[in-house]
Design a protein. Sequence first.
Length: 336
Amino acid sequence: MTTKIEQLLQEVKAATAASADELEALRIKYLGKKGAINALMADFRNVADDRKKEIGRKLNELKDAAQEKINALKERFEDNGGGAAELDLTRSAYPVKLGTRHPITLVRNEAIDIFSRLGFNIAEGPEIEDDWHVFSALNFAQDHPARDMQDTFFIEAHPDIVLRTHTSSVQVRAMEASPQPPIRIVCPGRVYRNEAISYRAHAFFHQIEALYIDRNVSFADLKQVLLLFAKEMFGSSTQIRLRPSYFPFTEPSAEMDISCNICGGKGCPFCKHTGWVEILGCGMVDPNVLDASGIDSRAYTGYALGMGIERITNLKYRVSDLRLFSENDVRFLKEF
Ligand code: DAH
């Protein structure tokens, strides 16, 4: 019997398991009701009295070793979420768990795709910008409220440096970089505003901007691109409506609504029963803006437009709380 115990002890010490199932099989083999150790326990009755003490101790030692081994293997599985107990380079890598793209990324890519089919190239600029690119070159007056501390994050020691509040700053950079039109760019990026965070406002969000400058660009060209964008993004039955508006960098300026894609324009709580929802700002580039960036405003005209990606995503995927986009809750992200 001693040899049997010794033999089992060696076996137990050497045991490994590559999966939770294998571990359970091991447990049953050694510690189960009909397992090897219980069988020895049953034989213990037949052991001569003068050897009972010694063999009993050995048996207990074996039982403890088996229990310890099982616990140790179990811990390893729990540690790595049920993966292999030991590094096993022969294991197949599949199935690989794939992640999903963030909804903001999906919508950004789709918007870029629509504009690139129209010949627009991607342009990017820095998120930490100077006053010139975010405000001055875009025709903002010195006392424009957007420059207010309440709306813009300034760098304390450098009041000239700000976190950009819109991607329109990239327009300026693109015009300065190539003062020879045609310029046809689409600018995706993150922007920052000094807002209290709630379901409808966030201190950072994303925009997409488009700019086209050439000879004889007209408002009719802008309308055509806007209609195409709306139909591609929200479906071919989507209608658009332009309302006069004001932006320092465009003249004339407009805001664009699309027919509510939730009720189809009939009126619902989402569109506040108007049948329309606003999605972007746009207009003809103000001649002052062209001149500030070194483009001859007598020879060239252009249009610009800018929209919030979160807003488009809310409409497309019916997400009503902006905060979900930055919380990284996997349950939310997995839905896309
Ligand atoms: N920059 C504006 C904003 O952040 C959006 C915008 C409006 C961009 C009109 C434009 C434009 O290019 O023409 O609210």
